[in-house]
Design a binder for this molecule. Sequence first.
Ligand code: CU
Length: 488
Amino acid sequence: MNPSKRNRRLSLAILGLGVLLPAACSTESAPTANASARSTDPGPVVGEERAILTAPPMVPPPITRDHATKLIVDLEVREFVSEIADGVDYTFWTFGGSVPGSFIRTRVGDVVEFNLHNAPDSKMPHNIDLHAVTGPGGGAASSFTAPGHTSQFSFQVLNPGLYVYHCATAPVGMHIANGMYGLILVEPVGGLPPVDKEYYVMQGDFYTEGPYGEEGLQPFSMEKALTEIPDYVVFNGKVGALVGDDALSADVGETVRLFVGNGGPNLLSSFHVIGEIFDRVHQEGGSTANENVQTTLVPAGGATIAEFKVEVPGTFIMVDHSIFRAFNKGALGMLTVGGAEDTLVYSGKQDDRIYQPEGGAVQVMPGKGVAAAPATRTLEERLALGERAYQANCMACHQTNGQGIPSAFPPLAKSDYLMADKARSIQTVIKGLSGPIEVNGKAFDSVMPMLNLSDDDVANVLTYVRNSWGNQGDMVTVNEVQAARAAH
Ligand code: CU
């Protein structure tokens, strides 16, 4: 039962008791009941206004009015081809021209006049089922709209919370799989507590004829959708929609509220921000807030509100913690936090020393650029040691034979980028690499971490990869690695 109905019944019950009880008692009860009613009763619908709609990751501004109103929503369904990953096209069906669809922000008690427009160049009819609606189909039957038509219906939002909306036209799964979902927020009386930043993130799974990363226009695969094995699992409709320049942002000391949805159609999301703890989570978008949460489960067709304060600067990675989805299917985004370090909360790396448990002695590495192992080795030694270093540090991403993973990790085998510039390759291994590069004519935009290898290991592993899988290069020496570190 929603709060307003519950309070109305509570008020009636207390008023009923008042008839039976002495006057003194009833006058004490009445203000309590009234105070409670004031805090949740949405009150009458006053005036009208047009809803502000936003594309992800933005959220309309908080509602400041202290009354319910008639809220007019105009949402246009559009079908178009766009990239689901770099070089991979997909035919998206959208609410408002984005995946997920436009964010709708309402206040409890609002009467929403919903106008669903289906663009004249659409090929399919569409409708909308809003989980915030109390009524048959969530509005689906009332909103069935042919291309070039507009349907209008209205509903009153009775329950505060964060709700998914989606298309419910048959085949329903296909319409959702093509991107037809979004979020509608129903603010409680008095609004949500103020925060510094609000963002809109929604996960979805996609099923294509070709495997992950296969270029060109990829048709929807009903077969893969039925078996629930997606090629792509993404935030905000595209691999990399929330990374690099498109990352979410905040500054140290700010509070962040994420409105997180999961359109599915199939998978549940184990939503997690690496290096952050949610101070509060409104599980399933409801009114109860859990505190101090690491990973929150967002069901298909469900949502959650996650809030946290950012204490230290850096890049915080958002993932579905079903982790192959994050690193191999696209469910990865970033929150970039600027501001001053707090080394008490997080120190950063303080030391790096050699660990030799079998010898019982811990040898302190004197500092960058000084080799703890012989500076001179034969080519055969470097190839053998380099192969081991490669297997331990590089193979997970660049693969067994240096072939890489299309659209994710560049190939090292016969790699023009690797072989063109020896000094650059050394810098890459020493410092890591992020941002767009081109390898053998293909664009990559991923992150290679700083590996913290010794100078000897850097020389070994680079000698190995520069002389494997069709590559032919000369040996990389410790002196060259030291020179690269000095140049940095
Ligand atoms: Cu549809």
